[in-house]
Design a protein. Structure first.
Length: 671
């Protein structure tokens, strides 16, 4: 195995008992590792390199973030210096280590200690640079050959100078020595010029290449060999996507599209073309004991080129720092514009207890499956997360979202969960006022609990503002806009969601919903079939297709689709089974329609069976008084389906009834 030159570097000792290791990069005191984020540590190393010299803020920014990145670096540097002083127990007024030189920069004034540190400054300048400093490696034989020849010539010249005899009689004639040096210097100069020329060409090519405005983070590969650890790798992928999605200038593909490439053997440029992105990030994750290691690399699609790679290692309690380091470094490498507010959102969060983070990631893995048992289990894990760490804002928001999803899919009575999810969202915002996830939970609560669609839209807009890449916030806002008959805006929002999640069945399915509610039935059928190409066994999508056929008068095709719905996983949900009863009613099979009504009423006694769904079947049977009675019950119980009254075609026979009009008015009024 090749030796690692960085690993061979001796630690840099300063003060009485501080040490900086260069690989892995970490700060220690008396052999105890001190928690210090990447940026403050890089600044410390730079200051140590130039002990006694003034290092300007521009020099720090260039070293840590690179040239041309639009960041509020002054505030970031001041914050990093403040963290450094806290860790080193230093004082800005009477500094032992880091001195502020007003108007100029900073200077390391402490002693570099240890007998081996006598020539430490020279050692610093000759050490391998940090990953953020290294120029693109030479990959062609010509490049490497020129580089090695230039270095070899310099080494030979140095050796000859050292071995040159000092006795006057042993010296060569001056003209012979000068001639040899001229030849050697000329060759070395030509080699270095060639290297510089090639590097310049590559930099010019990078400068003229299209800028990276969109990327996909592929699922991180789990290197543990244990399938039970997949949830951890998926969680890390989700969080990196979420962090990058906060940058408005960057389009980041959502997890539901990239997860389909988990085991794909396709070349990365092909994946990039399919997802319509400029670049792809791929990597690995390995958790061993209380340490986590992530490696990541960035590949441009056209022209295909490896742009960057890096490894990160942290304690399990610091994984939030780790994933945000990855996101910040990627943003720096692609030179995307990051606003000061977005930079603040990407700032390192407070530490989260490792056991709370573990429970949160397990809950996230389950909640993404959307089935009733998985949602119930995710609630247990999110509850454990907030129990282990009561100040974990994201876990409170995730817990509220799982409660919302149980209601959304008709598995729980809104009255039972509304107060819970509402309070959980408010708690999350108390802990983190800029939690996009918490605002999305509030968006659902404003609609179902408060019956206030405009306030619901405001919450989703705030979630999108905080995280432009939050796909489901776009989807849910599109749904709300559709319910308010703002159909063009709704489709625009869904189209934006499709840009972020181009092969997501959830987005495609919701677009089918908007087209159905707009009575664009032929367009809806085209969209729904696209969804079924992505995921053929979706009960929800077969239900939409069946409903659309019914409204087109294709009763047998509609009934067949809804029978198929009932046979699929989750197809027995009250939200779906009611439409099978409606199809039986329209087809003249009243006996089967009544059987479903009775079954739903029995379930309504035990838990919740969407009164709005029962009203739908009565509407299909032509029993309008019964339908209105159950719609009023749906209103009283905050049934989420009641908001469909204004746009659902199945209720068209009731629109001339004053009682129905009053119910719609009460449902849609702003509170």
């Amino acid at each position: 195995m090749d030796s690692n030159p960085i690993a061979e570097q001796q630690p840099i000792r300063f003060g009485e008992d501080y040490e900086v290791d260069l690989c892995p990069r970490r700060l220690r005191r008396s052999s105890r590792v001190l928690r210090l984020e990447r940026i403050p540590l890089e600044i410390l190393i730079l200051l140590l390199e130039r002990t006694g010299e003034i290092v300007t803020r521009d020099q720090i920014a260039s070293r840590v973030w690179g040239e041309g990145v639009f960041l509020d670096t002054d505030n970031s540097i001041r914050g990093a210096i403040r963290k450094l002083r806290q860790v080193l127990k230093d004082n800005a007024k009477t500094p032992r280590f880091i001195e502020t030189v007003t108007g100029q920069g900073y200077r390391f004034v402490g002693p570099i200690t240890g007998p081996e540190q006598e020539h430490r400054a020279d050692d610093f300048r000759s050490r391998p640079a940090a990953a953020s400093e290294v120029m693109p490696k030479f990959t062609s034989e010509v490049d490497s050959g020129l580089q090695s020849r230039g270095l070899r010539i310099e080494e030979e010249a140095t050796q000859r100078k050292a071995e040159a005899p000092h006795a006057e009689g042993d010296r060569k004639p001056r003209t012979q020595v000068s001639g040899r040096w001229l030849v050697l210097s000329g060759v070395a100069l030509l080699a270095l010029l060639a290297v510089a020329y090639i590097a310049t060409l590559r930099r010019a090519a990078d400068a003229t290449a299209p800028s990276i405005k969109s990327l996909a983070v592929l699922p991180l590969q789990n290197l543990s060999g244990d399938k039970e650890e997949d949830y951890f790798a998926d969680g890390m992928t989700d969080e990196i996507i979420t962090d990058l999605g906060k940058i408005s200038a960057l389009r980041v593909i959502s997890r539901t599209s990239v997860v389909q490439y988990r085991d794909a053997k396709k070349p990365l440029p092909e994946i990039a073309r399919e997802l319509n992105v400029d670049a792809v990030v791929e990597g690995t994750v390995l958790r061993s004991g209380d340490r986590v290691r992530i490696t990541a690399q960035l590949i441009r699609a056209l022209p295909e080129r490896h742009l960057w790679s890096e490894s990160y290692e942290r304690d399990t309690g610091d994984v939030l720092d780790l994933q945000e380091d990855v996101a910040r470094d990627i943003a720096r490498e692609i030179r995307v514009k990051v606003t000061p507010e977005e930079q603040a959102r990407l700032s390192s969060p407070r530490p989260v207890k490792s056991e709370a983070q573990e429970a949160y990631l397990r809950g996230l893995f389950l909640s993404n499956k959307r089935t009733e048992p998985d949602l119930e289990k995710s609630i247990e894990y999110f509850g454990l997360a907030v129990q282990k760490d009561p100040s974990y804002a994201l876990a409170y928001a995730a817990l509220g979202n799982s409660f919302d999803m149980l209601t959304y899919y008709g598995h729980a009575a809104p009255r039972e969960v509304c107060a819970n999810s509402y309070n959980l969202a408010l708690k999350a915002l108390t802990l983190d006022a800029k939690s996009a996830e918490a605002h999305a939970v509030l968006g659902f609560c404003r609609k179902v609990c408060d019956r206030d669609l405009r306030s619901s839209e405001d919450e989703y807009l705030r979630a999108i503002e905080l995280n432009p890449g939050f796909v489901m916030a776009h989807v849910w806002r599109g749904e709300v806009l559709s319910l308010m008959k703002r159909r063009t805006e709704a489709l625009t929002e869904l189209d934006r969601a499709l840009e972020l999640d181009p092969i997501s069945w959830m987005v495609s399915d919701q677009r089918g919903f908007v087209l159905y509610m707009a009575r664009r039935y032929d367009d809806a059928i085209v969209q729904i079939r696209k969804t079924l190409e992505l995921e053929p066994r979706l009960a929800h999508t077969h239900c939409w297709l069946g409903k659309t056929y019914l409204q087109k008068g294709l009763l047998q095709k509609g009934l067949t689709e809804l029978q198929e719905t009932a046979s699929l996983p989750g197809g027995d949900s009250p939200n779906f089974i009611c439409w099978l009863g409606y199809a039986y009613a329209l087809s003249g099979n009243r006996t089967e329609a009544y059987k479903i009504i009775e079954a739903m009423k029995a379930q309504e006694q035990r838990s919740f069976a969407t009164p709005c769904g029962i009203a739908t079947i009565y509407c299909g049977l032509g029993q309008m008084n019964e339908a209105l009675t159950w719609l009023d019950k749906a209103y009283q119980e905050h049934d989420p389906m009641v908001f469909n009254l204004q746009v659902e075609p199945a209720f068209d026979p009731l629109r001339s009834d004053l009682r129905f009009q009053d119910l719609v008015r009460r449902t849609m009024q702003r509170r």
